[in-house]
Ligand binder design. Structure first.
Ligand SMILES: CCCCCCCCCCCCCCCC(=O)SCCNC(=O)CCNC(=O)[C@H](O)C(C)(C)COP(=O)(O)OP(=O)(O)OC[C@H]1O[C@@H](n2cnc3c(N)ncnc32)[C@H](O)[C@@H]1OP(=O)(O)O
Length: 192
C-alpha cells in the first residue's frame, strides 16, 4: 500500500500526452549519455531501453548483468529500484516536462536472477500542478510473466536551472557543449 503523499489530490487531472511525443512503439533513446539508467556511455549502467506506449505510458527492458548483483547471482534491490526510477522518469518525455523523482516507493515481490530480462511497463496516473504521479511494474519470464517488482512515484517538475545550479561544473560544461545533448534536451523543451 502506498503512503498518503503518493495519493493524487482531489484536484489532480488525468495526464495529457504532448502532441509531439514519440509515436507508440518508437524508442525514446537516452536522455544523457552518462546516465546510469539509460546512457550508452556507462559501462556498468543499466542500458535501459524504453519505447513509447499509448497515452502517457511506456514499456522498457533491462537485462540484469553480473555487475548488478547484490547476493550471488541475484540483482541488487537498489539496481532494480533504479530500473523502476529510470522507467518512471522516462514517462516525462511523453509529457514534455522536465521532472525529478521526489518520492519512489518500491515493492520487491520476487528475486531477479542475473541474466534475466526485466520487462517494465509504466504510466502516469495523474498530474497536479508540478506534481506527476506514476506507477510501474517489472515482470520476468516475458512481458506477461509474473511481477517481480513494482513502484509508485511522485515526480516534481523542475526548470533546467535544477541541473545547471546543482550539477558538478565539469559535467554541466561538457553537456552544454555537446550538440547531441542539446538535441536530446530539446526533446524536453529545455534550452540549456
Ligand atoms: C545541460 C543540462 C541538461 C539537462 C537535461 C535534463 C534531462 C532530464 C533529466 C531527468 C533525469 C531523470 C533521472 C531519473 C529520475 C531521477 O533519478 S532524478 C534524481 C533524484 N531526484 C532528485 O535528485 C531530486 C532531489 N530533490 C529536489 O531537488 C527537491 O526536493 C525537489 C524534488 C525539486 C522539490 O523541491 P521544490 O522544487 O522546492 O518543490 P517543493 O515546493 O518542496 O515541492 C513541490 C510539491 O511537491 C511535494 N513534494 C516534494 N518532494 C516530495 C516528496 N519527497 N514526497 C512527497 N511530496 C513531495 C511538496 O509537498 C509540494 O507539494 P504542494 O505543496 O505543491 O502540494
Amino acid at each position: 500500500m502506498s503512503s498518503a503523499s503518493l495519493l493524487p489530490p482531489a484536484d489532480a487531472q488525468p495526464p495529457v500526452r504532448h502532441p509531439d511525443a514519440p509515436a507508440p512503439g518508437e524508442p525514446l533513446g537516452a536522455h544523457y549519455e552518462h546516465c546510469f539508467g539509460c546512457g550508452p556511455g556507462q559501462p556498468h549502467g543499466l542500458h535501459l531501453e524504453a519505447r513509447a506506449g499509448d497515452g502517457v505510458s511506456l514499456t522498457a527492458e533491462f537485462t540484469v548483468q553480473p555487475a548488478h548483483q547484490g547476493a550471488p547471482g541475484l540483482a541488487h534491490g537498489g539496481v532494480l529500484a533504479t530500473a523502476l526510477d529510470e522507467t518512471l522518469g522516462s514517462l516525462n518525455w511523453l509529457l514534455r516536462t522536465i521532472a525529478v523523482t521526489g518520492r519512489l516507493e518500491t515493492d520487491f515481490v520476487a528475486p531477479v536472477p542475473v541474466g534475466t530480462v526485466l520487462h517494465l511497463e509504466a504510466e502516469v496516473t495523474a498530474v497536479a500542478g508540478r506534481k506527476i504521479y506514476s506507477r510501474a511494474t517489472g515482470r520476468i519470464g516475458g512481458p506477461e510473466g509474473p511481477v517481480a517488482v513494482r513502484a509508485e512515484a511522485l515526480f516534481i517538475e523542475v526548470k533546467v536551472d535544477h541541473f545547471t545550479e546543482h550539477g558538478r561544473e565539469q559535467e554541466i560544461r561538457a553537456a552544454m557543449s555537446d550538440p547531441d545533448q542539446i538535441r536530446r534536451s530539446r526533446a524536453f523543451e529545455v534550452n540549456p
